[in-house]
Design a protein around this ligand. Structure first.
Ligand code: NI
Length: 175
């Protein structure tokens, strides 16, 4: 696995954000160390969710802390998210797509099944901010960002910032 100490936020249009991630085969000390690093990065950046591809690790794993506190962080390993309910359009941002806040259409409810850090599977029903956050992070393990989800009108409205990100973080420019 990648050197975890070197993990840092990846930005659109990095390949690791654009490809579906691979299942976690075993919940071991490497994974636990990765999760601790992801907590550090998410909390330092005042995020409420962070997926492993966002720190350059192509694994199906994300964390969420709706209150932005370390004690509140939940871990979702090899998640599946099932969509339920009506659609709603709410503004979202993403640490990997900085400078863009845009309305994204998502289901108001969903359920999630995942394993925790002890390898135990759990299932939960979610609505409100929690449901939205689960869908956003699940998108990341599927290789989808808000830059893909945003409406074509929003793509036009944010074209300068998207271009800037492609120039800064595109294949030839990633540092
Ligand atoms: Ni995101």
């Amino acid at each position: 696995m990648t050197d975890i100490e070197k993990c840092r936020i990846t930005h659109y249009p990095a390949d690791v954000l654009a490809n579906a991630a691979k299942p976690v085969e075993k919940v071991d000390d490497n994974i636990r160390q990765l999760v601790e690093k992801m907590k550090d990065i998410m909390l330092a950046n005042k995020g409420v969710g962070l997926a492993a591809p966002q720190v350059g690790v192509p694994l199906r794993l994300f964390i969420i802390s709706l209150d932005g506190k370390r004690e509140g962080v939940r871990v979702y390993i090899n998640p599946t998210v099932t969509l339920e309910g009506d659609l709603a359009e709410i503004e979202e941002g993403c640490l990997s797509v900085p400078g863009i806040y845009t309305k994204i259409r998502r289901c108001k409810k969903c359920s999630v099944t995942a394993a925790d850090l002890d390898g135990n599977e759990f299932t939960e029903e979610a609505d409100g901010l929690y449901a939205r956050c689960l869908q956003h992070e699940y998108d990341h393990v599927e290789g989808i960002t808000i830059a893909d989800r945003m409406s074509s009108a929003a793509k036009i409205a944010h074209r300068k910032q998207l271009k800037k990100l492609r120039e800064q973080h595109g294949k030839d420019n990633e540092t």
